[in-house]
Write a protein that binds this ligand. Structure first.
Ligand code: NAP
Ligand code: MG
Length: 403
């Protein structure tokens, strides 16, 4: 077969530890033999981030703005232990945080479903995608312990000195208070990213807050979503045959549990934090979860939801065999290649992404899988493969599809 040609490069962000090992295996075994791979390569491995004073992370995010689509390997977010391990000049910030700040995007996480790894909720037939607003609220709060009787007030002082004041509570005894904020611009970006992604996926969008109780704070979220939807997206949604649905957060939770799945659930920061862990564990495992950062302008950065799988990497360095699941990282590549194919009108590339995903699913459904899945599958007597054997099996399935 002749290799598939690409016209625009993908922004390739290499990463760390076990996922860096998988990255190379995936390229060598599953991509290079089929595609004339065109990428602009950025090494986000911690050593190189340190050498470039993290400039490489900024450059890779700017390249994503230039080309529109990136694929990212998991990377280490440094902590004190990593400072010593990698002799770092500084405790560099999380690359995901840096990239998100530059692209101003929202992260969408979707479980990868296969037969034999069934969701705990039996009526979930299709994946549920969580979109989490990643700014403000309790994550940027200011808190205070109240020692005893006294009046707590909320005060806003405008630049001209005028003030708005509200009493929070007249304390008669000790307690605590908390101040939270958000900004309209951030909520607007979040809304646009969600509407853009729903159109892209041709899936319904759900959004929920507690606007009946929080009549100013949460209600502003509700209003901003509705205004942007009505002005900019309603016609496009109608044309695509999809809907935007707003409800109260408790009603949303009840409906999610009774749903068939197959929609995008936009969540405020805290709800997204909590609900994404519920959704991912109820669907199976973090190793079977994709993640894509979508900017309000429609730039896409695909990755796996899990980290660098450090424990497996140390086994690998010790010469021990590993059984690390590469599916989420492969799906990061297929997501990016499919998007590139769509944007550049290369049908073979879009088809390749579909075929490679099918090959992954077929491999697992035939009972061949990595240890993490073998432990939770309902398939009788699964074969547990090493990291490398698993990728080779996927290659065999992919070749079958092309034969
Ligand atoms: P992790 O890499 O997600 O791994 C945690 C555990 O989950 C592993 O030890 C393994 O369990 C299991 N696991 C995760 N992915 C797996 C896979 N593909 N196949 C099989 N098992 C898998 O999280 P971590 O160990 O807490 O973090 C390691 C590094 O990743 C940290 O430096 C962190 O900063 C970074 N991180 C990066 C990202 C990102 O770039 N997006 C996200 C999260 C964390 P067993 O050991 O029980 O087999
Ligand atoms: Mg969390």
């Amino acid at each position: 077969m002749e290799k598939i040609k690409m016209t625009t490069p993908l922004v390739e962000m290499d990463g760390d530890e076990m996922t860096r090992i998988l990255w190379k295996m995936i390229k060598d075994e599953l991509l290079a033999p089929f595609i004339d791979l065109k990428t602009e390569y950025y090494d986000l491995g911690l050593t190189h981030r340190n050498e470039t004073d993290d400039q490489v992370t900024i450059d890779s995010a700017n390249a994503t703005k230039k080309y529109g689509v990136a694929v990212k390997c998991a990377t280490i977010t440094p902590n004190a232990a990593r400072m010593e391990e990698y002799h770092l000049k500084e405790m560099w910030k999380s690359p995901n945080g840096t990239i998100r700040a530059i692209l101003d995007g929202t992260v969408f996480r979707t479980p990868i479903q296969v037969k034999g790894i069934e969701p705990c909720v039996k009526n979930w037939k299709s994946p549920i995608t969580i979109a989490r607003h990643a700014y403000g609220d309790v994550y940027k709060n200011v808190e205070m312990k109240i020692p005893g009787a006294g009046k707590a007030e909320l005060v806003f002082t405008a630049q001209d000195g005028t003030q708005i004041k509200e009493t929070i509570f007249d304390f008669q005894s000790p307690g605590m208070i908390q101040g939270q904020h958000n900004v309209e611009a951030s909520i607007e970006s979040f809304a646009r990213s969600c509407f853009t992604y729903a159109l892209d996926q041709k899936q319904e969008l759900w959004f929920a807050t507690k606007d009946t109780i929080s009549k100013k704070y949460d209600h502003t979220f509700k209003d901003i979503f509705q205004e942007i939807f009505d002005k900019e997206y309603k016609e496009k949604f109608d044309a695509a045959g999809i809907t935007y649905f707003y409800t109260l957060i408790d009603d949303a939770v009840a409906r999610v549990m009774k749903s068939k799945g197959g929609f995008i659930w936009a969540c405020k920061n805290y709800d997204g934090d909590v609900m994404s862990d519920m959704i991912s564990s109820a669907f199976g495992s973090l190793a079977m979860m994709t993640s894509v950062l979508v900017s309000p302008e429609g730039y896409y950065e695909y990755e796996a939801a899990h980290g660098t799988v450090q424990r497996h990497y140390y086994k690998h360095l010790n010469g021990e065999e590993t059984s690390t699941n590469s599916v989420a990282t492969i799906f990061a590549w297929t997501g990016a290649l499919r998007k590139r194919g769509e944007l550049d009108g290369i049908k073979e590339l879009t088809a390749f992404a579909d075929h490679l995903e099918k090959a992954c699913v077929a491999t697992i459904e035939s009972g061949k899988m990595t240890k993490d899945l073998a432990l939770i599958t309902e398939i009788a007597q699964p074969t547990t493969l090493s990291s490398e054997e698993f990728i080779k099996e996927i290659r065999r399935e992919l070749e079958k599809i092309y034969a």
